[in-house]
Design a protein around this ligand. Structure first.
Ligand SMILES: Nc1nc2c(c(=O)[nH]1)N[C@H]1C(S)=C(S)[C@@H](COP(=O)(O)O)O[C@H]1N2
Ligand SMILES: [Mo]
Length: 250
């Protein structure tokens, strides 16, 4: 087919020029009026309302879809190891008196709850089978049972405490301690755990109560919780002080 050149008349050219110039002017006008409109909007929390709306939307999108609605992979019961690896015994002194143990929860200065293991066992039980990962490079699918920290917090009216940025956990002898960001301890898979493979925790795995926090590496799964407190500042953290990542998330 021979190449066919298209000619546009002078008149058509003029028309096209006028149309594209008009579109250009209209777009500039929208930009100017849009900018003025935006700057005449009221401010909310230090930011113009429409921008704050977008920021709030982003925040809720990411916190909903990337943290507490994001669940760690779980496994069927049959996948759980029977011989569960034991690692780390800091804070698990031999002279521990289990009969005297009660969980201490510091609500405020001078206001500490003392909670027995039977009271904790009376709360709804959740079981989880997940791949427990140690920062040293091993992992093992294991089975744990306890109460969700979030349900425990609700039951014991810790609403204002859980508005703070961190929770700190310490062994009864203060030999091991961790700091956890609030979204992670309130995560629906985080447990105050009293059972392993359907039986009470062995002594060397934190009897009577330990933390199971599947969104974190093993270093944060403190064995034998003595006390819990809440703070806006980062609580002291045993492995952070020894050069590891504070967040230790997976
Ligand atoms: N009290 C206490 N908790 C601890 C530790 C520890 O040394 N002391 N070690 C941590 C580490 S590094 C890991 S990997 C896990 C191991 O849990 P396990 O012994 O039940 O396998 O416990 C964590 N919790
Ligand atoms: Mo670990």
């Amino acid at each position: 087919m021979p190449y066919k050149e298209e000619y546009i008349s002078e008149k058509q050219l003029k028309k096209k020029t006028i149309i594209s110039f008009s579109v250009f002017i209209i777009m500039i006008a929208f930009a100017i009026f849009g900018w003025k409109w935006l700057h005449n909007q009221p401010k909310v929390n230090g930011e113009l309302k429409p921008l704050r709306t977008v920021l709030n939307y982003n925040e809720s999108f990411f916190s909903n879809f990337l943290s507490n609605n994001h669940l760690v992979k779980t496994f069927p019961l049959g996948a759980a190891a029977h011989m569960v690896r034991v690692n780390g015994s800091d804070g698990l002194s031999e002279d521990f008196d289990a009969a005297k143990w009660k969980l201490k929860v510091a609500k405020a200065p001078g206001d500490t709850l003392l909670i027995s293991i039977d009271e904790i066992k009376a709360l709804p039980k959740t079981e989880i089978v997940f791949d427990f990962k140690c920062i040293e490079g091993w992992s093992q699918v294991t089975h744990w049972g306890g109460v969700k920290f979030s349900e425990f917090a609700q039951k014991y009216n810790l609403t204002s405490q859980t508005q703070l940025n961190y929770a700190g956990l310490i062994t009864p002898d203060k030999g091991y301690y961790v700091g956890i960001d609030m979204p992670s301890i309130m995560h629906p898979q985080t447990l105050l755990c009293y059972e392993m493979n359907g039986k009470p925790l062995p002594m060397n795995q934190g009897f009577p109560l330990r933390l199971i926090i599947p969104v974190k590496y093993g270093i944060k799964h403190l064995k034998r919780i003595g006390s819990i407190f809440f703070s806006n500042q980062r609580p002291p953290d045993y492995w952070y002080e020894n050069g590891y990542d504070y967040y230790a998330g997976l």
